[in-house]
Design a protein around this ligand. Structure first.
Ligand SMILES: Nc1ncnc2c1ncn2[C@@H]1O[C@H](COP(=O)(O)OP(=O)(O)OP(=O)(O)O)[C@@H](O)[C@H]1O
Length: 302
């Protein structure tokens, strides 16, 4: 459900010919792009191409040595960094993680954990969380203060295929519900969110930029990632046919509630359609995602 007014195209951040230089070397240079309210911009590029540096420059964590970065006055940023320096030998609950860097009201914690499906794990120890749960906890922490801009540096690291799709779905839901802008970083070309408005491909500079479809076919992108990359870069479409309830049970689209779900249990769209899986049909994920290469007919399920 779209709760924000999509006509509000306020620019949150604009980078113009921006660059960062350290120890006599340009880490990134000549970066131009902007992020508006309700927009999802994805930075892609190989390791060391300057994605994190660009994101840090966008939110003011790093000072620019060239060009300009303009931010909306009073811009509130929620940032999930690529690495967290947490002492894992100390006990830390999900609830406590939420307030490590600043106070939050109980209601704000509850709302954020609920929005990311983590409310039932509020008292769980962070070091025992699965990769997907940990990323959701970090996401909850980032959205708790209701940011205008959410910056997610590799939010699907350590998450398996079905978890990755579920996380992208959650990120899309957060954008739809709050209308925040999202800057997403990924070096993984396997999946790019179908809802990404703009992909900026970096390699120390902006190599190419546009819709995911346009970027995947641009000569600069193909040169950087090789000919096979166009086939590897895919958008996902997702028939969201079940919801995980806070108590761990599953609510199917047909209204039934079960302790677990699996393909072929008679509650999923794909149970009636052959060959819908793009991955191991015994995976048990029940998400039934389908990948579409850009050269094929692209299809998006809302
Ligand atoms: N503070 C710094 N001082 C000097 N060099 C730096 C600094 N921060 C990053 N670099 C270098 O800048 C380059 C870009 O780093 P950055 O982390 O932005 O890349 P990335 O595209 O996010 O990489 P990855 O996909 O591996 O996370 C790298 O060569 C890195 O070693």
């Amino acid at each position: 459900m779209l709760n924000f007014r999509p006509q509000e195209k306020t620019t949150l951040v604009r980078l113009s010919n921006s660059g960062v230089r350290r120890n006599g070397r340009w880490l990134v240079r000549g970066v131009d792009f902007s992020i508006s309210r309700g927009e999802i911009v994805t930075l892609i590029g190989p390791n060391g191409s300057g994605k994190s540096t660009t994101a840090k420059m966008a939110i003011g964590v790093l000072r620019t040595d060239e060009g300009r970065v303009e931010r909306l006055a009073g811009l509130k940023v929620g940032y999930v960094p690529q690495k967290l320096s947490v002492d894992w030998t100390l006990p830390l609950t999900v609830e406590r993680l939420m307030t490590l860097t600043g106070p939050l009201k109980g209601r704000e914690i509850e709302e954020a954990l609920s929005a990311t499906g983590m409310l039932h794990m509020a008292k769980a120890e962070v070091q025992h969380l699965s990769g997907g749960e940990f990323q959701r906890a970090l996401l909850a922490r980032a959205i708790a203060r209701k940011p205008d801009l959410l910056v997610l540096d590799e939010p699907v690291q350590g998450v398996d295929f079905s978890g990755e799709i579920a996380l992208y779905e959650l990120i899309k839901q957060i954008r739809n519900r709050t209308g925040c802008g999202i800057l997403l970083i990924s070096h993984d070309l396997h999946i790019v969110m179908a809802e990404t408005d703009t992909v900026v491909c970096l390699n120390g500079h902006v190599c190419c930029r546009g819709t995911p479809q346009a970027v995947s076919q641009s000569p600069e992108y193909l040169k950087l990632f090789g000919g096979r990359a166009a086939g590897a870069l895919a958008v996902y479409s997702h028939r969201h046919d079940h919801t995980h309830l806070p108590d761990g049970r599953v609510l199917h689209a047909d209204g039934s509630v079960a302790d677990s779900c699996f393909p072929g249990d008679g509650h999923h769209h794909s149970d009636a359609v052959e060959n819908i899986h793009d991955h191991d049909p015994d995976c048990g994920c029940g998400h039934h995602a389908r990948l579409h290469g850009f050269e094929g007919s692209e299809k998006r399920d809302a």
